[in-house]
Write a protein that binds this ligand. Structure first.
Ligand code: NAP
Length: 340
């Protein structure tokens, strides 16, 4: 089968598209003939290799849609021939349960990071991770919405406890997760403030449903947020930009505000003014992907047509290196989908 593969960490140039042996499903696993797989920022971290260690040689790709073409055990035969989207989390529910009980489960992993992924003609995944895609939903859309959707959903609704009537600030608004978050937040009845990096990003964030959108390179956006919230600030901020926006994002929070962090695109060493933390009685929360139930909740809204994953472009498997280059430059609105 053809696969986009790398044997060492580095820049996009380490990726080559080659013929490799197709993987075989073991007990509890299925083999999928891939129809669409979407890029995540995670694919860049995995390729760069810091601080992530992946099995080498490696095939990336955590967001996978395709048809089940063989199964590794009889209990999975009912999946044969069905078109599915794959929940990208491995052992998430154990990890989440351990977290709630105050422990730590180290078994959590991500398909395409800790295992071989979907930038290939075929991929093997656990049967427990499958969700059937309705006929009305395109494979590209389901692949674009999976990891980004569950991450946005848990960050906003579960960790962030977003309620109707609240205001929410979403940073890095043109990102894969953020473009989903804007839509989920609107559906939840929130007033959405989106921060992005270009005038085009501002227009597109607004067309997705953001009530207010700011160009962080042109506007004094913290001041504008303050003004547009009647000098209260936002109740919730969902952030993955990290270091470059944290001081302003914290300052944009209202008294009692929550900041949910799920990423650190611009660096992990963010500063936090402790005086703001205690005086405004703020909460800082971490969030990562989601449970299988949350994955189904996030996907259901896509399946129902109430949320539309934003696809910047569709590229062929042969162009996987270009997909990495494009996502790295930040010139993508939403997702790049790769088709074998
Ligand atoms: N914890 C988890 O479970 C989880 C899940 C998914 C993603 N993540 C992390 O969350 C981040 C976003 O993921 P994604 O897949 O949505 O990424 P993405 O599609 O590449 O989007 C990242 C966005 O961040 C903004 N950005 C990039 N560089 C920036 C810079 N130097 N300064 C300010 N903003 C910048 C850009 O938006 P604008 O142009 O609009 O500013 C860009 O579109 C990544 O770091 C990823 O690893 C974590």
């Amino acid at each position: 089968m053809r696969a986009a593969i790398f044997r060492e960490n580095g820049g996009p140039e380490v990726i080559t598209v080659e013929d490799v042996d197709p993987p075989l499903p073991g007990p509890g696993e299925v083999r999928i003939r891939v129809e669409a797989a979407s890029m995540n920022h995670l694919d860049l971290w995995v390729r760069r290799g810091l601080p992530i260690e992946t099995p080498m040689p490696h095939i990336g790709g955590s967001d996978i849609v395709g048809s089940v073409e063989s199964v590794g055990s009889e209990d999975l035969t009912s999946w044969m021939g069905r078109r599915v989207v794959v929940d990208p989390s491995l052992s998430y529910d154990w990890y989440e349960l351990a977290g709630r009980k105050g422990g730590f489960a180290s078994s959590f992993g991500v398909i395409g990071e800790h295992t071989q992924g979907g930038f290939a003609e075929m991929v093997v995944v656990p049967g427990a991770n499958l969700l059937e895609v309705p006929e009305t939903v395109a494979s590209e859309a389901a692949a674009a919405g999976a990891l980004a959707g569950v991450t946005a959903w848990r960050g906003l609704m579960v960790r962030g406890r977003l309620r109707s009537g609240e205001s929410v600030l979403i940073t890095g608004a043109s990102g894969g997760v953020s473009t989903m978050a804007i839509q989920y937040a609107r559906l939840a009845g929130a007033t959405v403030h989106a921060v992005t990096s270009t005038p085009e990003g501002v227009a597109r964030a607004r067309s997705l449903g953001a009530d207010y959108a700011y160009d962080r390179l042109a506007d004094d956006w913290p001041k504008a947020v303050y003004r547009n919230t009647e000098r209260r600030g936002v109740q919730l901020c969902l952030d993955s930009v990290g270091q470059a926006v944290w001081p302003q994002a914290v300052r944009a929070l209202a008294v009692g505000g929550r900041l949910v962090s799920y990423g650190a695109t611009t660096g992990p060493e963010a500063t936090l003014d402790l005086r703001l933390l205690f005086w405004r009685q703020l909460s800082v929360l971490g969030s990562t992907m989601g449970t299988h139930r949350e994955f189904i909740e996030a996907m259901s809204l896509i399946f129902a047509g109430r949320v539309e994953p934003q696809i910047d472009r569709v590229l062929s498997l042969e162009d996987t290196r270009e997909a990495h280059e494009l996502l790295e430059t930040g010139s993508v609105f939403g997702k790049i989908v790769i088709k074998p």
